[in-house]
Design a protein around this ligand. Sequence first.
Ligand SMILES: *[C@@H]1O[C@H](CO)[C@@H](O)[C@H](O)[C@H]1NC(C)=O
Ligand SMILES: *[C@@H]1O[C@H](CO)[C@@H](O)[C@H](O)[C@H]1NC(C)=O
Ligand SMILES: *[C@@H]1O[C@H](CO)[C@@H](O)[C@H](O)[C@H]1NC(C)=O
Ligand SMILES: *[C@@H]1O[C@H](CO)[C@@H](O)[C@H](O)[C@H]1NC(C)=O
Ligand SMILES: *[C@@H]1O[C@H](CO)[C@@H](O)[C@H](O)[C@H]1NC(C)=O
Ligand SMILES: *[C@@H]1O[C@H](CO)[C@@H](O)[C@H](O)[C@H]1NC(C)=O
Ligand SMILES: *[C@@H]1O[C@H](CO)[C@@H](O)[C@H](O)[C@H]1NC(C)=O
Ligand SMILES: *[C@@H]1O[C@H](CO)[C@@H](O)[C@H](O)[C@H]1NC(C)=O
Length: 415
Amino acid sequence: MKAMVRNEKLFVFALMLIFGLFSADLPFSSAQTIFNVLDYGAKADGKSDDSNAFSAAWKAACSAATQNPTVVVPSSKDFLVYPLTFQGPCKSSNISFQVIGTINAPSSPSVWKGRDARRWLIFHGVTGLLITGNGTFNGHGSEWWDLSCTHRPNMTGCATVVPMALSIISCKQSTISDIHSIDSAKFHVVVNQSSDILVQNMHVTAPENSPNTDGINVQFSQNVLVNNSVIATGDDCVSIGELSSNITVSYITCGPGHGVSIGSLGRFGNSVKVEDIHVKKVNFKGTTNGVRIKTWQIGLGYARKISFEHITLESVQNPIYIDQNYCDINGTRGNCEAKTTGVHISEVTYDDIVGTSSSKEAINLNCSQSFACTGIKLSNIKIESDKSGQQVVSECANTHGTNSGVVQPKSCLQP
Ligand SMILES: *[C@@H]1O[C@H](CO)[C@@H](O)[C@H](O)[C@H]1NC(C)=O
Ligand SMILES: *[C@@H]1O[C@H](CO)[C@@H](O)[C@H](O)[C@H]1NC(C)=O
Ligand SMILES: *[C@@H]1O[C@H](CO)[C@@H](O)[C@H](O)[C@H]1NC(C)=O
Ligand SMILES: *[C@@H]1O[C@H](CO)[C@@H](O)[C@H](O)[C@H]1NC(C)=O
Ligand SMILES: *[C@@H]1O[C@H](CO)[C@@H](O)[C@H](O)[C@H]1NC(C)=O
Ligand SMILES: *[C@@H]1O[C@H](CO)[C@@H](O)[C@H](O)[C@H]1NC(C)=O
Ligand SMILES: *[C@@H]1O[C@H](CO)[C@@H](O)[C@H](O)[C@H]1NC(C)=O
Ligand SMILES: *[C@@H]1O[C@H](CO)[C@@H](O)[C@H](O)[C@H]1NC(C)=O
């Protein structure tokens, strides 16, 4: 008996040794790396609910011990997925979510009754996530836009809670690239409470008049690069929110939309910390703003070490804009009384910004009486009216800094 047990143990040990040594090279490794949602029961007919299949494929991939397990959403297929969370952490140090087909959100807002209507798809707590493929996330937002309180403030039962399409929350060292995101009910891509994130080669589109359909929103995050993307929506192409640092936005084609915005910050009278934000190589086409910083009067804290460089403008309404007096009165934008609070804006550089403005105020730096903007630098600015023969101007309030090179329209900075 004893000898047999020992032999068995030896045998198992030998197997483990062989497997351990050679498994990496075995052509038919038992370790599964592809998790195709079709194999987990997705119908892909655009009508059946494929949520359970997506959830099961993710769970299998996430708990797989292989290198880079990959969830595959195959081509030429239409999937219907209800609100869903893809939860980490996962066993493998990397995991991919490859979208080649189209993932559709339910189009009727009534589907969200009894569910959390703030978000459609969430990737939460994942490290080493790669969302890629040239497929599409279609948010089917049009019925939501019709209900939106932003559009219809006077309609009883208008919707204040509207789903954001894709949320990356509490993730690290992750990438989202090559994805098409269209017609989200609210923000298309949200990066929140995350660090070391690359968002690249994205195509984001929604109609110009769709409310709150920001392209990419980054907040409560560090070390984020949003690169080489085309964004045309009804709100900000990229918006950067509170408690964010080391965020770069580069090589973006933006418009139509509301431009690239830092803020709004401090809406609830909270303290914000935003720094090391770099926006460069952005082409704005027909947007309502170019590069904008907006902070609420009641906000506290700071936004500093910000640069906007190598920017081109085509018929942009407010090309260079700081609004430190943001406030609203009963839901509508108003001229509010000056407050003693404010978010301190400092060390903001504008360099090499050229093109045309569709309004008279090409530069509008509207800072607060209580917290002047300091350390503002304007250099190599050349903005003209998009209408021949018309002049553009710059307006400053409580804004201090220096100019260098050409600044046109003439700078209004105070020393
Ligand atoms: C995991 O992904 C990251 C970022 O995409 C990459 O740099 C790294 O090499 C990957 N690691 C492995 C083990 O595949
Ligand atoms: C999308 O990606 C797949 C797989 O990589 C490729 O076969 C296909 O040609 C691509 N389609 C487009 C439109 O780029
Ligand atoms: C909402 O009602 C107010 C007050 O009656 C009115 O001034 C405003 O124009 C209305 N807004 C819309 C979008 O209909
Ligand atoms: C980001 O996370 C914070 C903290 O949980 C939350 O208050 C905020 O609503 C989130 N914003 C978005 C756009 O996801
Ligand atoms: C800033 O973020 C980038 C990624 O976008 C990263 O490569 C770089 O190391 C970060 N810098 C610091 C000082 O953390
Ligand atoms: C960002 O995009 C530009 C333009 O396509 C490219 O040259 C650059 O390598 C990209 N940066 C990174 C870090 O991928
Ligand atoms: C805001 O709404 C409240 C309550 O409806 C009203 O009492 C107040 O006068 C309004 N304020 C302004 C400035 O319109
Ligand atoms: C600056 O902001 C104040 C307060 O909102 C507003 O009344 C004023 O018109 C603004 N100035 C410019 C030039 O936009």
